[in-house]
Structures are given as C-alpha cells and as structure tokens.
Design a protein around this ligand. Sequence first.
Ligand SMILES: [Zn+2]
Length: 120
Amino acid sequence: MTDSLLSAPLRPALALYRDFVRGDPAAVAEVRGLFAADAACWLCAAPAGNDFGLYVTEDPVAPTTTAMIAPLCARCMSLPTLQRWNRIRKMVIATFPSVNPRNIRMIPMAALRRLPCPNG
Ligand SMILES: [Zn+2]
C-alpha cells in the first residue's frame, strides 16, 4: 500500500477538487495521476481502487496556504456526508495530534462552487 495523503497549494487543490467532483475529464485524469495504483483509502486503508472518491481540505497545520488531498474508497464515499466527515475529522485529529480540533474545517460543496473558476 502507498501512503495516500498528499499536500498541495490550497487554491489550485480546491479548484481541482471542485472540477473532479463535477466530473471534468481533465480534472479526473489529473487526480487519477496523483495516486499510485495501489493507493489506500485514507479512512479505512482498504485499496482505494480505480474509481476512488476524494477528500480535500485545508491542512490544519497551514490552513491558509496548503491543502490535504486523499483518496477515499467507494465504500467510504457512500457513507452519509456527516458520518463521512465525522470519520475524516477523527482521522485528521489522529494524524495531527498537535492541532486544536476546533480548527479542523470541512469544506462543503457549496463553498467549492463559489470558487472563482478559471475555465468558466
Ligand atoms: Zn475507505
């Protein structure tokens, strides 16, 4: 299994996330290229597979500049949003023990839609 949590500049990562969720073919191809074929789901460590979903949010250590990007398997993606977020939150707390849990922010799709879109 390959470690599957990536760091990237915040704005481009959020734009990529938004386009990936919209199903933009270029964004989907770019995201597929980010992770190794044997990447693990960040939440449950099962193989993320080819058709993985994505979790992107602010890196709690550098929330204004850096994003965390992780693949989520189909099973974890199928969880109800709040349940998935709750698991993600626990994982972030476990990964970054020095971070105040109050500073962990989930980014809802509505906020992504408001991002300026360079390609229209
Ligand atoms: Zn999973």
